[in-house]
Design a protein around this ligand. Structure first.
Ligand SMILES: Nc1ncnc2c1ncn2[C@@H]1O[C@H](COP(=O)(O)OP(=O)(O)O)[C@@H](O)[C@H]1O
Ligand SMILES: [Mg+2]
Length: 256
């Protein structure tokens, strides 16, 4: 892990131009000579530590953003600059066609399989946490600060972004769940729906009124007018019962 060659932090200039902002801090444009980078500043030490530790562990993992430098005093992680936008903006501006969506999903699924094999669940897969290069439609995952180890048997009330949490988590208001592969696969199903439809299927569901049944969701998926293969892949990610959902490896195989 410590063998990664980091660029000395003092040789990086951070500009005032903001690339993005999330719950945990702000991302600014940065440069080292003529090379463009992104500097993510954290409010919270715990989030900074998690992000840097996981990005070191996943260094050089295809479709995952690379860390190039960091500074523990200022709580800044410097990342390679990738693509022109995140998927949230891309979906709104470019309206990808069904084949583009499948190609993007294949890369996301492949990346999260590799993360799993390296012992990490991202837990906050969503359009804003994926960068895309418009030229060849390649993607990279960012934002690992809420990731958990695959060996983590901790029980969580929620993880990541509410609208991407599966029914077993949202419905059981007082229960806590371990982050497992079926939870992750549900999240990927929501991302797939978001890519195709241009928006997620449910806005801010609350546990107490979370009473939709999966037949409703199936009808919404049918209404998207996608081909049979994409339709069945999406439905198999978004099965109400965790044990009925497709596995991550099956999902990958069906996207090939
Ligand atoms: N390496 C990067 N290159 C270009 N833009 C980035 C990069 N990292 C983050 N961003 C932009 O900044 C936003 C917030 O970054 P993110 O790591 O998701 O922070 P947060 O934890 O606050 O959500 C992203 O949605 C993206 O638009
Ligand atoms: Mg984010």
């Amino acid at each position: 892990m410590d063998s990664i060659d980091m660029i000395p932090f003092h040789s990086i200039s951070i500009t005032g131009n903001r690339l993005g902002k999330g719950a945990s801090g702000v991302v600014y444009e940065a440069t080292c000579g003529s090379v463009k980078m992104a500097a993510k500043w954290f409010k919270c030490t715990q989030s900074f530590n998690r992000e840097i530790n996981v990005l070191k562990r996943l260094f050089s993992c295809p479709n995952v953003v690379n860390v190039v430098s960091y500074d523990s005093v200022t709580k800044i992680v410097v990342l390679e600059r990738f693509g022109q936008s995140d998927l949230f903006d891309y979906i709104n501006e470019k309206k990808p066609d069904a084949q583009d969506c499948i190609d993007i999903m294949r890369q996301v699924v492949s990346a999260t399989r590799r993360c799993r094999d390296l012992g990490v669940w991202h837990t906050d897969i969503k359009d804003e946490n994926i960068l895309i290069d418009d030229a060849n439609k390649s993607i990279k995952l960012i934002d690992f600060e809420t990731s958990v180890d695959t060996t983590d048997l901790g029980r969580y009330r929620r993880l990541g972004t509410l609208e991407y949490n599966p029914p077993e988590v949202l419905k059981m208001y007082d229960n806590h769940f371990t982050y497992t592969e079926p939870w992750h696969v549900w999240t990927l199903g929501i991302l797939f729906y978001d890519l195709i439809a241009g928006d997620i299927p449910f806005e801010s569901p609350r546990a107490e009124d979370y009473e939709w049944d999966c037949r409703e969701l199936d009808k919404m998926i049918d209404g998207l007018g996608i081909n049979k293969q994409a339709n069945s892949i999406m439905k198999d990610c978004l099965r109400e019962q965790p044990c009925d959902r497709i596995t991550l490896d099956e999902l990958f195989a069906r996207l090939l």
